[in-house]
Ligand binder design. Structure first.
Ligand SMILES: [Fe+2]
Length: 380
């Protein structure tokens, strides 16, 4: 009864708000009033639709596109060309302000006196299908040569200039070759020992002034860092930073430098593999999104910040230790450094080839987990 009467009241009210329709003989003025009302209502509906569109932030659109694009994907399964293009188009249109990243932020300050300036990773989102995050690199920041096993990776440079060097495996050459390594660094085991990741103590993280805290590191779910950075801070990398910030036992430890400063060895080197150079050039924003695939497009890549820069990375699927998608780090050597049976590259193509050898994590390199501060993503 109560509900019925309420509905009746409401109905009556709604009806009373409709334009009055009269019988034949309606005056011109009432007709034109009705027309004006109809026109206003139409305009108002249009405005509401427009507002709804505006309210979907670019990063929300990115999230929703990723959900669709990676819905049926898994390791080694690449989205269809149509879906790749759709996601690329969304990423191409994203600007630094869409994700609240600006060159003036402390992440991007020059860190004098530090060989590998601390890099910040802002985790945006991760699920089992894909992950999204932003790498913030100060000048000279390096994300060392690493791979993306079974993944399709979209990298959108938001601002700055970045050097990209990338490789794909040469597949018709023995993959595990014992090579005569003229000028190839030996393995520095003592350094490796110090680089073994320890359990974090969640000590305060302060590598970038006033921005990152231990809570921020702990608060980053899962395995956030697209370049396979341990989410768990390493006590052994407790020093670091300097004039700009004061990195202490904090941050997220990044794999060790590929022993480029090690002394040459004449020993036989197992585990080197021939790779072809895919890219070796500077990229300056604004520019289109770079894409790599499980077997081509430069699956092994290294980023070096020529200027301060920010990269929005989308990985599908993300790294997963439990599913065997680990990040492996490499050191690259000129083709001429090795003499290997079974590897034949025409003279004119030698420049475009290199030997890659798995390496250790650079213990003196830090990637610090930080909260993403851009528009919130609403999961659906
Ligand atoms: Fe990467």
């Amino acid at each position: 009864m109560g509900i019925e009467s309420t509905l009746a009241d409401l109905k009556g009210k709604q009806l009373s708000e409709l334009p009055k329709v009269t019988a034949a003989g309606t005056s011109n003025s009432s007709n034109s009033a009705a027309n004006r009302n109809r026109s206003r209502n139409k305009q108002s509906r249009k405005n509401r639709r427009r507002q709804k569109k505006i309210m979907v932030s670019p990063v929300q659109r990115l999230y929703e596109t990723c959900k669709d694009v990676f819905a049926n994907c898994s390791a080694g399964i690449v989205p269809s060309p149509e879906k790749i293009e759709r996601l690329k188009a969304v990423l191409d249109g994203i600007k630094p302000e869409d994700v609240s990243v600006m060159p003036e932020q402390p992440y991007f300050r020059r860190q004098a006196g530090r060989k590998y300036p601390a890099i910040t990773y802002q985790h945006i989102f991760e699920c089992e299908k894909f992950s999204m995050g932003i790498f913030c690199l100060p000048p000279s920041g390096v994300i060392p040569l690493h791979n993306h096993p079974g993944m399709t990776v979209f990298s959108k440079l938001l601002f700055g200039t970045m050097h990209i060097k990338s490789y794909d495996w040469v597949v018709d050459v023995p993959s595990d070759t014992s090579a005569d390594a003229a000028g190839v660094p030996g393995k520095d085991t003592s350094a490796d020992a110090a680089g073994v990741p320890g359990k974090t103590s969640a000590d305060a993280v302060d590598a970038i002034p006033g921005e990152t805290s231990a809570a921020a590191v702990d608060g980053i779910p899962g395995k956030p860092l697209a370049a396979a950075v341990d989410a768990v801070p390493d006590k052994n990398s407790a020093d670091a930073v300097n004039d700009n910030g004061n990195t202490s036992a904090d941050a997220v430890d990044v794999p060790s430098k590929m022993s480029t400063d090690a002394h040459p060895s004449k020993t036989k080197k197992p585990g080197v593999r021939l790779a072809k150079v895919k890219a070796d050039s500077d990229l300056t924003a604004p520019c289109n999104t770079s894409i790599l695939y499980p077997a081509d497009g430069g699956n092994m890549h290294c980023f070096t910040a020529v200027t301060a820069c920010a990269v929005l990375d989308v990985l599908g699927p993300p790294y997963s230790d439990s599913e065997g998608r680990h990040c492996t780090y490499y050191q690259d050597f000129p083709f001429a450094n090795f003499s290997v049976d079974g590897a034949s590259v025409p003279e004119e193509e030698k420049e475009g080839h290199a030997w890659l050898q798995e390496g250790e994590k650079p213990k003196d390199l830090l990637v610090i987990g930080s909260f993403y501060i851009g528009p919130e993503i609403v999961e659906n």
